[in-house]
Design a protein around this ligand. Structure first.
Ligand SMILES: Cc1ncc(COP(=O)(O)O)c(C=O)c1O
Length: 372
């Protein structure tokens, strides 16, 4: 699905010295590389504060802790996403409220959010799934009307732009009260281990969060709030700081690969290519995900695997049906879209090193299979 080795080979002359510098200086924890990367990411995202942390799951958890959400508070999020989003809600003893998504962009459905709001609702967590933002303009309006926090799960959309109706563009993850991202190796900006970050334009929230990531300390050995140990280590920051200047070019390569996939599947009645809104920079294709109808999706997966083509089903089970998150308040009829998507979606190889020959092989293998 990804070619991390191919990407590393291309950039090792930049990454290796950056890593070596950390080792030579032995500034392994909170060293200058972490600070440099933080500043550079703030500039890139045009956001006031970036707080690096250990991974994307922690980033979500710490964002919720920073907002002071309390046990029993309801948090609305999408049923069709990776479990990390709902896991941290549950871990903090908040109440996850899963809602359905849109059939076209796979992102959280606005009417479903409205329907799920109760007096206990305190926050909405839109997940910018597969590299394209949820409808943030509508979400921020709902949040304002109901006095709710918005925590953007931007693990899959770093570098994507969000375009408002008036044409103004902002970076994904910087629109809500707080944003969280992951630097897992296969992400659009990935490090060589685990990593994550929290973004906010709110000075007071940034201050609170900086303490939380470091054992609740604002002054050495004074623990004012319950915190965690969640730091981006300096070696990962060195990798990320070397890769950040390449992020736009990397995302462009993903978009170009997506364009080629789109062209190959055009006018194919059993294949629905990913929906994109606005301009090309709105979708950075963390995943290139097709919807297959009228053909057995699982048979296609098997056929691709037999032909040495990696593929993935993200996600095969809706979160509301996962044992850990069952809740008698859920009603199957409210998850019509997610229940359908889990049967139809298939994600194809998507990374910065995909070449024309590979795309051609993948697309002809798929169309030949579907055409029978
Ligand atoms: C949507 C989403 N949220 C959160 C995470 C968690 O990130 P991490 O693996 O860095 O903890 C991921 C990672 O896969 C993700 O895809």
């Amino acid at each position: 699905m990804v070619d991390l080795k191919g990407q590393y080979n291309e950039i090792k002359d930049v990454v290796n010295p950056s890593i070596q510098e950390v080792i030579e200086t032995t500034a392994f924890i909170n060293g200058p590389k972490v600070h440099d990367f933080q500043k550079h990411l703030e500039q890139y995202l045009e956001v006031k504060h970036v707080i690096p942390c250990a991974n994307g799951t922690d980033a979500l958890q710490i964002a919720m802790m920073g907002l002071g959400l309390k046990p029993g508070d309801e948090v609305i999020t999408a049923d069709f996403t990776f479990a990390a989003t709902v896991e941290v809600i549950a871990l903090l003893q908040l109440t996850p409220v899963l809602v359905d998504v849109n059939p076209d962009d796979f992102n959280i459905n606005i009417d479903a959010i409205k329907k799920a709001i109760t007096p206990k609702t305190k926050a909405i967590v839109p997940v910018h799934l597969f590299g394209q933002c949820a409808n943030m303009e509508a979400i921020m309006e709902i949040a304002k009307a109901h006095n709710l926090f918005v925590i953007e799960d931007n693990a899959q959309a770093i570098g994507a732009n969000y375009t408002y109706k008036d044409g103004t563009k902002v970076k994904a993850g910087t629109i809500g009260h707080v944003g969280a991202t992951s630097f897992f190796p296969s992400k659009n900006l990935g490090c060589y281990g685990d990593g994550g970050a929290i973004f906010t334009n709110d000075d007071a929230l940034a201050h609170t969060i900086r303490g939380i990531v470091n054992h609740g300390m604002y002054e050495r050995y004074h623990h004012d709030v319950v915190g965690v140990n969640s730091r981006l280590d300096s070696i990962q920051a060195a990798v990320l700081d070397a890769k950040l200047p390449l992020l736009d070019a990397y995302n462009k390569r993903r978009i170009e690969a997506a364009n080629k996939y789109d062209a190959a599947f055009k006018n194919h009645d059993k294949i629905e290519t990913p929906y994109r809104y606005g301009t090309e920079d709105n979708h950075v294709f963390h995943q290139y995900t097709l919807k297959i109808n009228g053909v057995d999706r699982d048979a296609l997966v098997k056929h691709l695997n037999e032909n040495d083509i990696p593929c993935g089903v993200y996600y095969p089970i809706p979160l509301h049906r996962q044992k850990a998150y069952l809740d008698e308040r859920y009603n199957e009829a409210d998850f019509e879209v997610t229940n359908q998507l889990v049967k139809e979606v298939i994600s194809l190889p998507m990374h910065t090193e995909l070449d024309n020959e590979q795309i051609e092989y993948i697309t002809t293998t798929i169309t030949n299979f579907i055409n029978g």
